[in-house]
Design a protein around this ligand. Structure first.
Ligand code: CMC
Length: 440
């Protein structure tokens, strides 16, 4: 069965027409956004033609309307509420970006103070949450622990589970942003067998996380301001990225009316995959495995070999067909941070730069428009900060929590929200009669 889409001609120029194999013509409005490609609104397709569209990995499908983040993948542009990511990374701070993503505008000084105070108030977790950690093996991946503990929050904060109450939604959002650093640092402390460290609300958001990661009861960790400011920048760069896999997971989970803690746990589970947030850990493992510049050609060859599952980690993106703007900022930050922290001659950074140079000149990567993505340089900075590689994706989750919440909130506040329910192209058996076990 074939059909053709004619988006411009016939009748109203603002409509698209689908010519079905029967000759029947179905007409669909074209909706324009403020930026980016228009979309063909096919919501009436099934009702009018009895057919579904088929787009398994959503390569051509807009799953929602959103006002939060815009990406132009061809030009390498990323805007949050209209503000370019480069400006936010240079001039803003993570909590201000959180406010921007959630509320739609930059905060006034007064707004910022009250938002900051709210977040600070929620930085501790219920004391019994500590017990959850001891149920995990010490060698569990911290992302596995995160999925469990964040999911468990809904068992502790019953007063913020009513998704139809705007105040409860707000409290749940603030709790999640405030508690993620605490929960993440606890996952790390548990994995290394050290006691948990309580948050210190006199410290800034990134500083507090570093304090909870590295302080000991017998020795307080002195947070290096260079490290704290680099971490804050990394958090900004990871805060949101429109309808990526984990965000779409959060939206789909939330569309059933599930509570926000459960939705964010689902997002964390999705983010962990190596094709998504798990790539930052995979990049460092890959660089360590390559080990020396002389071995780069061997790995480039493997990445191009269709019979080898190996991919160059930290390269390529579904949307960016140009340099990921976040990777540009990180590449620069990487040099600054490493210099300031005294890692001037970090061999992994040299190796990464050489790998990037060779890949960007290779016809395979050029033709497929494969550029470094946000995960390519972040691991090198994390490593210089003393953060173990198993925590890299946890930091991504910590930063992305605000994006997930902002997107979840936008969806819940949309009066047209319905449960998400994709359809399928069924290719299994037709109806057949059951054969009892003794006759098979
Ligand atoms: N190394 C080698 N070849 C690649 C790579 C890579 N990193 N990425 C894509 N390709 C090839 C792929 O084999 C395919 O070739 P062909 O057309 O001949 O079959 C072509 O490029 C298109 O790739 P795709 O898998 O169809 O593209 P996608 O949009 O489905 O996948 C991606 C995007 C990010 C999953 C993929 O580029 C990838 O696996 N990259 C490595 C993992 C990574 O760095 N992930 C982090 C993504 S950014 C942060 C985030 O989202 O969390």
């Amino acid at each position: 069965m074939t059909s053709s889409v004619n988006a411009m001609t016939q009748g109203n120029k603002d409509d698209s027409k689908l010519i079905m194999p029967t000759g029947e013509i179905a007409q669909f409005p074209i909706l324009d956004g403020t930026l980016g490609p228009s979309v063909i609104d096919i919501r009436s397709l099934y009702g009018s033609t009895g057919s579904f569209t088929y787009d398994p990995a959503f390569t051509s499908t807009a799953s929602c309307e959103s006002k939060i983040t815009f990406i132009d993948g061809d030009k390498g542009v990323l805007l949050h509420r209209g503000y370019p990511i480069e400006q936010l990374a240079e001039q803003s701070n993570f909590l201000e970006v959180c406010y921007l993503l959630l509320e739609g505008e930059l905060p006034t000084q007064e707004n910022y103070k009250s938002f900051y105070d709210n977040i600070i108030q929620h930085s501790m977790v219920h004391e019994q949450i500590r017990n959850f950690y001891s149920g995990f093996r010490r060698d569990a991946h911290p992302m596995a622990t995160m999925v469990g503990v964040v999911g468990a929050l809904s068992a502790f904060y019953h007063d913020s589970l009513d998704i139809h109450d705007p105040r409860q939604r707000e409290i749940a959002s603030h709790r999640l942003i405030a508690k993620m650093p605490t929960i993440a640092a606890m996952a790390y402390k548990y994995s290394v067998g050290q006691p948990f460290v309580y948050p210190d609300n006199a410290l800034g958001y990134a500083e507090n996380f570093l304090h909870m990661m590295f302080s000991l009861p017998c020795e307080k960790y002195k947070v290096n301001p260079v490290t704290a400011s680099a971490l804050d920048k990394i958090l900004i760069l990871h805060a949101d990225h429109e309808q990526n896999a984990s965000t779409s997971t959060v939206r789909l989970a939330g569309s059933s009316g599930a509570n926000p803690f459960a939705c964010i746990a689902a997002g964390i589970a999705c983010l962990w995959g190596p094709a998504h947030g798990g790539a930052n850990e995979a990049v460092l493992n890959m660089l360590r495995e390559i080990g020396h510049k002389d071995r780069i050609p061997e790995y480039i060859k493997k990445a191009k070999d269709k019979n080898d599952p190996f991919r160059l980690m930290g390269f390529g993106h579904r949307v960016y067909k140009n340099y990921d703007p976040r990777a540009q900022v990180l590449r620069k930050a990487c040099h600054e941070v490493l210099n300031e922290l005294g890692h001037k001659n970090e061999p992994l950074l040299d190796l990464a730069k050489e790998l990037e140079k060779i890949a960007l000149e290779d016809p395979y990567f050029v033709e497929k428009k494969l550029y470094p993505n946000v995960d390519f340089y972040s691991g090198i900075i994390f490593q210089a900060m003393g953060i173990p590689s198993s925590m890299f994706t946890v930091l991504f989750a910590l930063a992305r929590t605000v994006g997930w919440i902002a997107q979840w909130k936008e969806m819940i506040e949309d009066p047209q929200m319905k449960i998400g329910r994709p359809r399928q192209l069924y290719t299994g058996y037709g109806p057949r009669d059951f054969v009892p076990l003794n006759k098979r």
